[in-house]
Design a protein around this ligand. Structure first.
Ligand SMILES: C[S@@+](CC[C@H](N)C(=O)[O-])C[C@H]1O[C@@H](n2cnc3c(N)ncnc32)[C@H](O)[C@@H]1O
Length: 394
């Protein structure tokens, strides 16, 4: 089943979820004006794809530097802070250059992005929308900044899990602003982790434009900034250090062999402790829960973050089961009022038009399960309200 979220590019070039042009079986409009539609031929194929594919298996994926010469990132500004996020056009450019399709589930995600910018944004059970940034993740970012002091104290040396991370902005903020914190990023799709989540982690850490000697081009574009991070230049630096300018001078362009590039990537990753600070896991929530239990990692996350993941009631059981599995138990008896108590923060639109999930239905589900307290800790107001829920152990 396919749903179109339509993340039209805004005038400033952002691909944050914004409006909808309905074409799917059901339509989810991020601004709420969508209408449920009838299935048409275009998405009949999506439906058969979804029914043919088993829920994504658990995969643990090592942080790697993308095998491209450069990546283009946009600056995301929030509360006086800035994060770098890979442009969706740049992802499509990379995909367009990759000509081999192996017919696996992952290549369906790649094909959807490579062939058609307006491809359905969610293909249920195949691709769950993680390549693009959804607006509630920005709410979660702001909430993290506003509560940085309490969260920082609660988290000191702790562990954070972002469920359904997609572009992973909340995780990036934690990695940047709470350096002693370990962050696990989960997405349904391995492709999403490799194409956007990892590049974003790298762009905000070891490949951060502000750390470039030179080679990265920055340009201001109204109130946004875009930047091309020249990874090949960084690779050359990693291989040749102080002799970089010399090497580049001798070769017209700093073209590296595959072996040189691999060696450079290994050196860049080894030169920082980034791989000790974060991990990446792909798969369906039910499979993630099963694997984390198998690994004996129950109740090991002090803070769980998730944004725009409660739009489908079919997933509530597996999402709730995962929260029960991963959230750490409180160390004191102070209960949910204690700001240091382990908590899950869930950012979502109050209503998802044309889809089954909503904040109210999710709260009712959590209450019916009777495991967690659920409080609304932030509301946007306006005609299409968004909220942040806080779940704590009863
Ligand atoms: C609409 S995207 C939101 C991405 C990101 N959190 C944001 O706000 O920009 C929904 C995310 O939830 C995750 N997701 C949805 N259903 C899932 C499921 N059943 N199992 C695992 N992940 C799922 C996907 O990884 C996807 O990235």
């Amino acid at each position: 089943m396919s749903f179109r979220f339509n993340f039209g590019v805004s005038e400033d070039g952002e691909d944050v979820a914004c409006s909808t042009t309905p074409t799917g079986i059901s339509t989810l409009d991020c601004n709420g004006s969508g209408t449920a539609m009838c299935m048409n031929e275009e998405n009949a194929s999506d439906a058969s794809i979804a029914s043919a594919v088993a829920a994504a298996p658990f995969e643990s994926i090592s942080l790697t530097i993308p095998k491209v010469s450069s990546i283009v990132v946009d600056a995301i500004f929030y509360k006086g802070q800035r994060l770098w996020k890979r442009q969706i056009d740049d992802v499509q450019f990379q995909l367009a250059q990759q000509d081999s399709m192996d017919g696996s589930e992952d290549s369906l995600v790649k094909r959807a992005m490579a062939e058609d910018r307006n491809a359905s944004d969610v293909i249920k059970g195949v691709y769950e929308g993680g390549l693009k940034t959804w607006e509630c993740s920005i709410d979660l970012l702001s909430f993290l900044v506003d509560h940085q002091v309490e969260l920082g104290a609660a988290l000191h040396g702790g562990r954070v899990l972002e469920i359904g991370c997609g572009t992973g902005l909340p995780s990036l903020h934690v990695l940047k602003s709470m350096p002693d914190t370990y962050v696990c990023m989960q997405d349904y799709n391995k492709d999403v982790l490799e194409l956007v989540t990892m590049p974003n982690v790298l762009a905000n850490t070891i490949l951060c434009p502000s750390t470039a000697g030179n080679g990265d081009t920055l340009h201001a574009d109204s109130d946004t900034e875009a930047c091309e991070i020249d990874i090949d230049f960084r690779r050359t630096q990693a291989l040749f250090g102080a002799d970089t300018d010399d090497v580049i001078g001798k070769r017209d362009v700093p073209e590296l062999t595959v072996d040189e590039a691999n060696e450079a990537d290994a050196r860049m990753l080894q030169s920082s402790d980034i791989r000790d600070c974060c991990e990446f896991v792909a798969g369906d929530w039910a499979n993630i829960e099963h694997e984390l239990r198998r690994q004996g990692r129950e109740n090991s996350f002090d803070l769980v973050l998730t944004s725009e993941t409660i739009y489908d009631t079919d997933s509530y059981k597996s999402l709730h089961d995962l929260l029960v599995c991963v959230l750490a138990k409180p160390k004191t008896e102070a209960g949910s009022q204690d700001q240091k108590a382990p908590a899950a923060l869930i950012a979502a639109k109050s209503i998802y038009f044309g889809l089954t999930g909503s904040v109210l239905i999710f709260k009712q589900y959590v209450n019916a399960r009777g495991v967690f307290n659920v409080d609304s800790v932030w509301q946007s107001g306006g005609s299409m309200p968004r909220e942040i829920l806080r779940l704590t152990w009863k």
